[in-house]
Design a protein around this ligand. Sequence first.
Ligand code: PLP
Length: 374
Amino acid sequence: MEFRDLKKQYEVLKSKIDDAVLQAMASARYISGPQVKELEQKLAECVGVKHCITCANGTDALTLALKVWGIQEGDAVFVPDFTFFSTAEVVGLEGATPVFVDVQEDTYNMNPDELEKAIKRVLSEDKLVPRAIIAVDLFGLPADYNRIRQIAEKYSLYLLEDGAQGFGGAINGKKACSFGDISTTSFFPAKPLGCYGDGGAVFTDNDDWADLIRSYAIHGKGTDKYDNVRIGLNSRLDTIQAAILKIKLDAFADYELDSVNQAAKWYNEFLSDTVKKPIVFDGFYSSWAQYTVQFESMVQRDYVQEQLKEKGIPSMIYYRKAMHDEGAFSHINYDGCCPVTEKLCDTVLSLPIHPYLEKSDVEYICNTFNNIRR
Ligand SMILES: *Cc1c(COP(=O)(O)O)cnc(C)c1O
């Protein structure tokens, strides 16, 4: 059994993807071929945002947003303590300081109350200038944007949505990657919408920022690539990856998103209540990048993972370490902000989930899981 079955997906889409890749190769327009623009239009439409700019990966996508806002040394950027490293890494890369905010135990996403506390603390310390919030749609579920947006406005902070895991999610019909002043996603193969290598995208409704993002993504270009008006990156999505994504986006919208939600429903139904299952509040819709449960202790979690492994069932621990515990951030004084994150790191386990998981697979996983004595 695969944790995320990308081979199965390829088998289903093989003839279309093979055609598209061969066509892209024959055209010899390997960089910025027409497929890239076509994909950007499709993605923007799908998300309901005016501009989509593709780039080399989800980390660069975040970096591009921070560059547009001129985030720099002396600035504070509020990030969840429970996330993939990139979310905080990009802040450090710009010389700014990530301020870690605890998450909600039920949703794994940034806790708006803790966010406001952290902002007030930074303001009262008067050492850093609060500039932006990066909210993450962890495991496919949009963060609590109704409240986070209010807080961003109250303190005049930019809101960046890190939708690397969130593509396909929604709140009351409004799509993920449309909640930030700028939003980003990743097309890393294992994300909800993945390509066959690295890829990413930036979304915004702001025309000026869209122009700036395109500039920063291509060596700080002015009128063209050989007119360089600012220091930027070399961050583009390959034509071949765009061709693949056009096909995968159709499959994603047509049935994959429904299928992965069906798989989550089966888990909710078959998994025993001795474990804490993921909660999706009313009005929210997840794209289930992960199906993550919580145990009472690390000992219990690690034991169950070992037992599942013996039965051929892969599982993963996202994430074992809080951001504030990462060696790269050891210079940042940890003030005990994030007890929920610390607990989650010890107790979470992600089970196999993807659109091609069969009901019988979920039944097998759940039966095995439920029969482990703990
Ligand atoms: C994967 C991921 C990223 C980075 O995406 P890459 O394409 O791997 O650079 C950023 N943030 C989160 C939350 C992620 O899961």
